[in-house]
Design a protein around this ligand. Sequence first.
Ligand SMILES: Cc1cc2nc3c(=O)[nH]c(=O)nc-3n(C[C@H](O)[C@H](O)[C@H](O)COP(=O)(O)O)c2cc1C
Length: 188
Amino acid sequence: MLISIVYDSGYGHTAKQAQAVAEGVNAVPGAEANLIAVADGAIPWQTLEASDAIIFGSPTYNGTLSAKLKQFFEDANKPAWNELKWRNKIAAGFTNSGAQSGDKLNTLVSMALFAAQHAMIWVGLDLKPGNATSTSSVNELNRHGSWLGAMAQSNMDQSPEETPIESDLKTAAHLGKRVAGIARRFKN
Ligand SMILES: Cc1cc2nc3c(=O)[nH]c(=O)nc-3n(C[C@H](O)[C@H](O)[C@H](O)COP(=O)(O)O)c2cc1C
C-alpha cells in the first residue's frame, strides 16, 4: 500500500511535519510512505496514480497554500483531473504556520476543496481538541483543535530542529497512521 505525501516547505518546518506524517504511515503494517517535495522538480504523476492515498502538506503563507503547492494543484489538471484519475483515492492534509491561528484553517479548506474537485475521499482527524480545558496543556495531541486536518505551529524565530513542538509532530503522525489504516480498509 503506497501513501504519497506531497508537500512544500520554504524553510523546513513543514518538511518536519511531513516527516512525522510519513512515520505515522510507516507504522501501519503493509503501508509505505512516499515523500514528494514539490520544490524538488518533476512530479512523479504515475507514482501518484498508483498511490492508495495522497496526503497534501503546505506551510500557511498569506493565509493560504504556498505558491508551490498551488502550482502543483494547477499542474495536476492534465495528468490527473482530465480523466479523474484520482477518483475515490483517499486524501488528507496538514499545514503549519507561524501564528497560533495564522488563518491556517483556510489552507486545509483549500486542500479539501481540491480533493473534492478530484473526486477524492477526504479524511480528517479523529482527535478531540487538545489544550481546551483548564487542566490541559499544549503537549496534548491536536492542540489546535482541528478536525479537517493536522495543524502545527512553528515559532518564527526557531529552526525546524526546535519547532514545531512534539505534540504537533505526534498529531501529524496520527494523521498518517489514520490515513494508512483507512486506505487499507478501502483496498480490501
Ligand atoms: C510569505 C510568507 C507568508 C506567511 N504567512 C503566514 C500567515 O498567513 N500566517 C501565519 O501564521 N504565518 C505565516 N507565515 C509564517 C510561516 O507559516 C511559518 O514560518 C512556517 O513555519 C513556515 O513553514 P516552512 O518552514 O515549511 O516554510 C508566512 C511566512 C512567509 C514566508
